[in-house]
Write a protein that binds this ligand. Structure first.
Ligand SMILES: [Zn+2]
Length: 464
């Protein structure tokens, strides 16, 4: 399903052309995040008693490999990623310096799950059917909330001294891009391909199904070649002048194999990847987290409280693993969601990882828009509309500003002679509930005026 404008379609076509020109050959990037990252695509040995030969060759996560593909397509991407990293480190340094308390806001992320299957009859559910059931999808959303909220009494809880509640929640979207009620699940029969690969099929999947990635976390659930899943990292692209505004927005999300999406239900039969942590891990990347070993021997994941480690834990058990980095022997944090451990070993996001994810939600433009739009109680409207209340007002007046998408606008209070007595500006904002104080205003009639680049709406206000 496609939702978008003409310019969206044009830039998408451009992206496809770039993608097809780029070819698929691997190249060594200079990006330090990826130094030595071939480690991350080591073959994973899974439990032979419960998995097929095909599954035994699976690799936990294709995100690092996928990042190479994205950088081939977009020469600016490396710079954007490095810029985001620089900003993240700056924010963290300031936070430490100012000893800022944790912000307690709960961010709620609307999710759309696009099920891309080859079940011609359209039948839903069963143990081999890629057209997985609503219940299976619901079980995955539940796992995400247990893990990102470190919920007591669930697999997502831990007593690790550096373990933290990310204060991020996920829910299946209740409104589609046109504002209509939805289950947050879309289903698409696609028989031309038996499975999708990490190198170019993100574009194809996006053509089959996509909702705007600045309003939804898109998760495509289908059969994936070689990996359990992969994800696009966030960037700062459209905050930086001279860089493309919306690179890769159409493939922004996670692509997860249907046999590992959900917890011990339907198609989830594997004993190692039983419990929904493939998606917890991949969304960690969507929120800017790197693997705990920094994709290099003793590499840097830009988080100080995950112990430096020589590599991933790619086993079928939770056995302790030790690393010697900088001459010191330390225990690897195999419980971390950003390791490659079996699902049931994982239960930790650290405080440092939580800080990084929350900063990404505020710094990466698409992520920021998404949480802004999710937090407003007001929906989109085709035309600018305002609702002013209470009216008459004594002290504080509320102005509900509803508009299409994200726009910059001003909210002014004018006197009857047309003089501005109060003004506030909103840059690149969705529909917003604006609160204005009228304490300083003399009794009388005023005009509330809201102006965007192309529209202006006014309403009378009586101040008592
Ligand atoms: Zn990964």
């Amino acid at each position: 399903m496609w939702c978008g404008t003409g310019s969206y379609a044009r830039s998408f076509r451009r992206m496809i052309m770039q993608a097809s020109k780029s070819g698929y050959s691997l190249f060594r990037t200079g990006w330090r995040w990826l130094a030595g990252s071939f480690l991350s695509v080591l073959t994973l040995a899974t439990n032979a008693q419960t998995t097929s030969v095909e599954e035994a060759a699976l690799q936990r996560c294709g995100t690092v490999e996928y990042e190479r593909v994205l950088q081939q397509r977009n020469p600016n991407r490396l710079r954007q990623l490095n810029e985001l990293n620089r900003q993240l480190e700056q924010v963290e340094a300031n936070r430490m310096l100012l000893r800022q308390a944790d912000d307690q806001t709960i961010y709620r992320i609307p999710v759309v799950v696009h099920v891309v299957h080859n079940m011609a009859s359209g039948e839903i559910g069963g143990i081999t059917n890629g057209n997985i059931s609503d219940e299976q999808i619901a079980s995955q959303i539940q796992v995400l909330n247990e893990d990102y909220r470190r919920q007591p009494g669930t697999n997502g809880f831990n007593t690790n001294p550096v373990g933290a509640d990310a204060r991020i929640e996920f829910f299946l979207a209740t409104k589609d891009p046109a504002g209509q009620p939805t289950t947050g699940i879309t289903r698409h029969y696609y028989a031309k391909k038996a499975s999708f690969d990490v190198f170019n099929d993100d574009v194809l999947l996006s053509q089959i199904a996509y909702w705007p990635s600045d309003r939804y976390l898109n998760i495509w659930v289908t059969k994936v070649d070689s990996y359990l899943g992969f994800t696009q990292f966030p960037t700062t692209a459209d905050t930086l002048s001279g860089l493309p505004a919306n690179s890769n927005e159409f493939v922004d999300g996670s692509i997860i194999d249907y046999r590992y999406f959900g917890r011990q239900i339907g198609t989830v039969r594997n004993s190692t990847y039983c419990c929904g942590r493939t998606t917890t891990h991949e969304i960690g990347h969507w929120l800017g987290l790197l693997h705990t070993w920094g994709d290099a021997v003793c590499g840097n994941d830009y988080v100080t409280d995950t112990p430096t480690s020589e590599g991933s834990n790619q086993t079928v058990n939770c056995k302790e693993i030790f690393s010697t980095c900088s001459g010191r022997r330390t225990r690897n944090m195999i419980e971390n969601f950003m390791d490659y451990s079996p699902d049931l070993c994982m239960n930790v996001f650290t405080q440092g990882q939580v800080n990084r994810m929350r900063t990404v939600l505020n710094l990466s433009p698409r992520r920021f828009r998404l949480i802004q739009a999710a937090m407003t109680p007001l929906g989109e409207t085709e035309k600018l509309t305002i609702n002013v209340y209470p009216n008459p007002v004594v002290s504080d007046v509320t102005v509900d500003v509803q508009l299409k998408g994200f726009q910059s606008y001003t909210v002014d209070i004018l006197d009857l002679a047309g003089r501005k007595v109060k003004t506030s500006s909103y840059a690149d904002s969705p529909s917003t509930r604006v609160l204005l104080s009228t304490n300083q205003l003399a009794t009388g009639i005023y005009i509330i005026r809201v102006k965007t680049a192309s529209e202006s709406v006014s309403s009378r206000l009586l101040v008592e």
